[in-house]
Design a protein. Structure first.
Length: 474
């Protein structure tokens, strides 16, 4: 902590204090030089006035540096005979370890080139430009920090983390994976806001309190080349990045986790410009036998339609363009059309696996309430695409819109679908109705559900219309 002082006109004449060229001021020839002397040296010099050795101040400065390097309580050993900082406090009533006064060498009777004389007499003309006051500022900062933390605790305690404010624009998820991703998003934004407030606060504080005062010759305190502070500012961003990276990997591994024998396996096939959903296996573990809905005949036909054995491989990853043997076919399927939005009926509380593939171009499977999107690729194996993902469960019943989130051509905006989550008992009844040959709408009516999509509606495919149609509920 430093207290800077300047000589005033009360003890120094105008010519002596500020004239840098007058021959009547022998100690101010050329540019005046300012030196720093400690309060202890100043008091010691006043108690013993008179000239000192030219290097008398050096041992004093060495003692000051030793005291600054020591933060330990108790006396500081020194080979010099100078009093310790604790003795200084008792003797002079100092409130900080070392007070320094910025004075002119000429005021000590020395030349502007070298400080070789101690001050003598009374230094009443020296006024303090910046007093220590460090303990008061520290107390104010601590009180402000405690108050800010208290306000933040009150605000955060009054609202759960899963609310519209702390979601920061994300929809409310309906799966455990969605909740984990939403929590990562929420805490990442909160951390970014905290860092932003700190940076903005330091910037405004610097602008407000570390600027040159109007009509004052003093410059603000200079803090350049503070190596510990610069190292701290450099290390903090790396720590923040490492923490965010760790939690990102943890959440990503949780979202991509796959378990054996899921309760329901759904085949999702995207095509221009709609969807086909099929149920490959259903095992609700309720005493009923495993349902295997794979259509073996159609899959065998698709396999045989591939590249015949012995012929040259085709241009598309060794396959012909018409080869779609990588697709799956099921006995119970729902296919969308331009007049009907496909509805994928799923049970709540069951682990569900999705295997996605495209029959033509790249599409994207996206259900906003899942907070998850994955590209749907043709020939996923040849494209090194992981086309299988799972959700632990759907936590509540309802209708949730799904979309194609990849530009795929003229009617890309039409590629909506709906996920209808029902109870496991209702889903079992629905599957029995579908296996008996009922349509998707009839099976939904049999369990008391709306037979048509409620979260979105079909688009008019007539491109000659001048007015664009807007889906209801969007």
């Amino acid at each position: 902590m430093q207290c800077d002082a300047w000589p005033t006109a009360s003890t120094t004449s105008s010519a002596d204090a500020f004239d840098v060229s007058s021959p009547s001021s022998p100690h101010t020839v050329g540019t005046p030089r300012f030196v720093r002397v400690s309060a202890r040296y100043r008091a010691w010099s006043q108690a013993s006035p008179g000239p000192r050795r030219p290097d008398a101040h050096r041992s004093e400065y060495a003692a000051v540096r030793r005291e600054r390097r020591s933060d330990r309580p108790g006396p500081v050993s020194s080979p010099n005979s100078h009093p310790t900082r604790h003795e200084n406090r008792a003797r002079f009533g100092l409130r900080c370890v070392v007070h320094e006064y910025l004075v002119r060498a000429s005021d000590f009777g020395g030349s502007s080139g070298r400080f070789s004389y101690s001050p003598s007499g009374n230094q009443e003309g020296v006024i303090v430009a910046q007093r220590g006051g460090g303990s008061g500022r520290r107390t104010t900062r601590r009180v402000g920090l405690v108050a800010s933390l208290a306000v933040a605790a009150v605000v955060l305690s009054g609202c759960g983390i899963d609310n519209s404010v702390l979601r920061f624009g994300w929809p409310s998820g309906v799966t455990p994976q969605a909740e984990r991703m939403r929590e990562l998003w929420t805490w990442s934004v909160i951390a970014a806001l905290i860092m932003g407030v700190i940076v903005w606060g330091l910037t405004f504080w610097t602008v407000a309190f570390h600027r040159k005062k109007k009509d004052s010759p003093e410059f603000p305190r200079q803090t350049a080349y503070n190596v510990p502070l610069e190292l701290f500012y450099t290390a903090v961003p790396f720590v923040i990045i490492a923490v965010l990276f760790y939690f990102t990997v943890v959440v990503q591994n949780y979202v991509q986790e796959k378990q054996d024998n899921p309760d329901v396996v759904v085949d999702v096939t995207a095509f221009q410009w709609n969807w086909k959903f099929g149920y490959r296996t259903v095992d609700l573990k309720d005493g009923q036998p495993l349902y295997d809905g794979t259509d073996q005949e159609r899959e065998q036909a698709a396999e045989e339609a591939g590249t015949p054995e012995g012929e040259e491989p085709g241009p598309l990853f060794g396959r012909e363009k018409s080869d779609q043997s990588y697709l799956h076919y099921n006995e119970v399927e729902t296919v969308g059309s331009s007049s009907e939005v496909p509805i994928l009926v799923l049970p709540t509380g069951k682990r569900i696996e999705f295997e996605i593939a495209s029959s033509d171009v790249i599409h994207s499977f996206w259900v906003p309430e899942f907070l998850f999107k994955r590209d749907v690729m043709p020939n996923p194996d040849e494209n090194n695409s992981d086309n299988v993902f799972q959700i632990s469960e759907i936590e509540r019943e309802g209708a949730f819109v799904g979309r194609c989130a990849e530009m795929c051509g003229t009617y890309h905006a039409m590629m909506n679908f709906e996920v209808r989550a029902v109870s496991p008992e209702a889903f079992e009844t629905y599957m029995a109705a579908r296996r008996d040959g009922q349509t998707n709408a009839q099976a939904l009516e049999s369990i008391g559900e709306e037979p048509r999509a409620t979260s979105t509606s079909p688009f008019n495919t007539d491109r000659t219309l001048k007015a664009a149609t807007v889906a209801e509920g969007n």
